[in-house]
Ligand binder design. Structure first.
Ligand SMILES: [Zn+2]
Length: 97
């Protein structure tokens, strides 16, 4: 309903009495005891209805490995850039002499 005119305070408060947020209803995982959305797979262990749907341990390990390789690549690039930055001034000074 659209508010077109000024209402009394009681009218405004009556309308806003339905605006409160409700806490989400969460189920407890039967495998790990963590809370999860009902009728959804547990995001912590990957179980649903007492059965493993997704191997979350393997997934997190894979992700960690990927992030680590990414970090290594970035730090390797930084080392190369630092080495180049160190090498450049020497080359410039050599040209001036
Ligand atoms: Zn779980």
């Amino acid at each position: 309903m659209v508010i077109r005119m000024r209402h009394t305070r009681a009218h405004t408060k009556n309308r806003r009495s339905h605006h409160a947020l409700k806490a989400p209803m969460l189920a407890v995982c039967s495998n790990c005891g963590e809370k999860h959305r009902p009728h959804y797979m547990c995001q912590t262990c990957g179980f649903y209805n007492g059965r493993m749907v997704i191997d979350m341990k393997a997934k997190t390990a894979k992700r960690e490995a990927r992030m680590q390789s990414k970090k290594d690549a970035i730090s390797g690039q930084q080392v190369e850039a630092a080495a180049e930055a160190e090498a450049l001034p020497e080359a410039e000074t050599a040209d001036k002499k």
